[in-house]
Design a protein around this ligand. Structure first.
Ligand code: 5GP
Ligand code: ZN
Length: 140
C-alpha cells in the first residue's frame, strides 16, 4: 500500500519517534506548526475516523493524551491543541488517521481555530441535532 505513514511504521521512511507501542506510534511532524508538534497514529492502517475500529481509536486517543501531557510538561507549554481531520474536505492531507498534538504558548500567534463566533439559528441547530440522534439510534 502506498501510504507514507505505513512506510514510517514499517521503518521504510525515517521518523523521529516519541512513542512506539503495540497499536500506536507517535512521531514528530516534519513541518511543525508549533514547537513540539507531533502526530499520533494507529499502526493498523485506517484512513480516517470512519474506518478505524473502536479499539484502535481508543488506543490512539489514550496515547494522544499521554503525548499531550508529556509535551506540555517537557516544553513548559501553556496549553496543547489536539487536532484531527477526516477527509479531504476537512483538511486531511495524509490518508492515514493521525492526531496532531501541538504545544501552545500564550500569544504564540498560531491560528488553528479561526472560525467566526456568531450565534446560529436555534431552530436549525435543534433540527440538525434531531437528525443526528435519529441516525445514531438506527446505527447502534
Ligand atoms: P493532515 O493530513 O492532518 O493535514 O496533516 C498531515 C501532517 O503530516 C502534516 O502536518 C505534515 O507535515 C505531516 N507529514 C507529512 N509527511 C510526513 C513525513 O514524511 N514525516 C513526518 N514526520 N510528517 C509528515
Ligand atoms: Zn497507512
Amino acid at each position: 500500500m502506498d501510504c507514507i505513514f505505513c512506510k514510517i511504521i514499517a521503518g521504510e521512511i525515517p521518523a523521529v519517534t516519541v512513542l512506539d507501542e503495540e497499536l500506536v506510534l507517535a512521531f514528530m511532524d516534519i513541518n511543525p506548526a508549533s514547537r513540539g508538534h507531533m502526530l499520533v497514529i494507529p499502526k493498523r492502517h485506517a484512513e480516517s475516523i470512519f474506518e478505524i475500529s473502536e479499539g484502535d481509536l481508543g488506543a490512539v486517543i489514550e496515547a494522544a493524551r499521554r503525548c499531550a501531557i508529556s509535551a506540555k510538561e517537557a516544553l513548559k507549554a501553556d496549553g496543547v491543541t489536539v487536532l484531527q481531520f477526516n477527509g479531504r474536505a476537512s483538511g486531511q492531507v495524509v490518508p492515514h488517521l493521525h492526531i496532531h498534538i501541538m504545544p501552545r504558548w500564550e500569544n504564540d500567534g498560531l491560528s488553528v481555530s479561526s472560525w467566526e463566533m456568531k450565534p446560529g439559528d436555534m431552530g436549525e441547530i435543534r433540527d440538525i441535532a434531531q437528525k443526528v440522534k435519529e441516525q445514531m439510534s438506527q446505527s447502534s
